[in-house]
Design a protein. Sequence first.
Length: 94
Amino acid sequence: MPSEIEYAWTAGLFDGDGCITLARTGRAFGRPVIAVDTTDPEIHEELRRLHGGSIVAKRKTQDHHRQAWSWRIYGADQILTLLTRVLPYMHCQV
């Protein structure tokens, strides 16, 4: 279980580099997802250790760009649980 400091750290990352969106699926409606994208894979490993989820390598659009990574959590229940814990620490509140 993450500590309050770890939830605050997660909130800071989410505030700066995260989003809530609907992922494309074969269904008529998208699947809810939280994503945090950066070029530092260690950040994503820590997020996965703390909160679960998955890490995806993003496609490079230019050879001179650094490799970017995306940490993702899918599903309304997991998303609501995480948001409930990090919301008090977020600057951009929903």
